[in-house]
Write a protein that binds this ligand. Structure first.
Ligand SMILES: [Mg+2]
Length: 267
């Protein structure tokens, strides 16, 4: 492993188990917005299976965009004699895979507005997502469901640690609390507030350039992470979790990956 000089981590699905927060945020947003539009929310507005389809695609890194895309796709199939029932309008995983196969990996917003009427505006959907994620008044946000996927402090890793995430800076603050990594330096993280979004390689470029690294090991869990790495073209990509189970190497968690790669043990 001596050929590698730093570790770069994605956050969700790698450092933080957010399977109880972001997919839940999408589900509640889809149901709430569907109902607010006068339709009937008589089925779950999202599922683990639909999430896997979006995350395998590579172009859907921003979860509020997923809720927005899903709502507008469903509304477009609900014209004329449409029942307005969520149960009839929500695509199956196979249908969704077919629908989004014509969307490029860096053009989800353009693709949606070119192909569908925007009956659910992005700003409004994103605001509903944030209210559900952070909580609103007495209602706790779904972020309380997040759990750490590693116990050690970032400074204990065998190589210098960095973060490249689709989270905004304030969502990263919560992640730091969950990890007890509150002293993690801001200079070492590229968040979505930088304007850099996966599958762009620019987050990996920026970290390596700023800190003089050449061959990072990048840990990610979705296709957009893998594509960022491929576009970057140096170092190694290590897949975590089920979505990229065909990638070699793939591990269930970062602790297992580092034990296998370095003989390093999470505390
Ligand atoms: Mg992730």
């Amino acid at each position: 492993m001596s050929e590698y000089d730093c570790l770069i981590f994605d956050v969700d699905g790698v450092l933080i188990d957010s399977s109880g927060s972001y997919p839940e945020m999408i589900r509640r947003t889809v149901e709430a917005e569907w109902k607010a539009a006068g339709f009937t929310a008589d089925a779950p507005g999202y599922s683990k299976e639909l999430n896997a389809v979006f995350k395998r695609h590579g172009g859907f890194n921003d979860d509020s965009h997923i809720a927005w895309v899903l709502l507008n796709i469903m509304a477009s199939g609900n014209t004329g004699s449409g029942s307005g029932r969520l149960r009839d309008c929500i695509p199956s995983p196979a249908e969704l895979e077919g629908i989004i196969s014509s969307c490029g990996v860096d053009s989800a917003k353009r693709w949606l507005t070119a192909n569908y009427e925007e009956r659910f505006p992005l700003d409004r959907v994103a605001e509903t997502c944030m209210n559900i994620y952070y909580g609103n008044g007495a209602e706790p946000g779904v972020r309380v469901m997040e759990r750490p996927m590693i116990r050690s402090h970032w400074s204990e890793f065998p190589l210098p640690a960095y973060v490249f995430t689709g989270r905004g800076a304030s969502e990263w603050e919560f992640a730091k609390d969950i990890l007890s990594w509150n002293d993690f330096p801001n200079a070492r993280i590229v968040s979505s507030d930088s304007g850099i979004l996966k599958p762009s390689p620019d987050g990996l470029e920026l970290i390596c350039k700023n800190f003089g690294h050449k061959r990072p090991i990048f840990f990610g869990d979705t296709t957009s992470d893998m594509m960022s790495f491929k576009a970057f073209g140096r170092g190694k990509f290590v897949a975590i979790g089920q979505i990229l189970r065909k990638w070699d190497p793939n591990f269930p968690c970062v602790g297992d990956a580092m034990l296998n790669l370095f003989g390093w043990r999470d505390m």
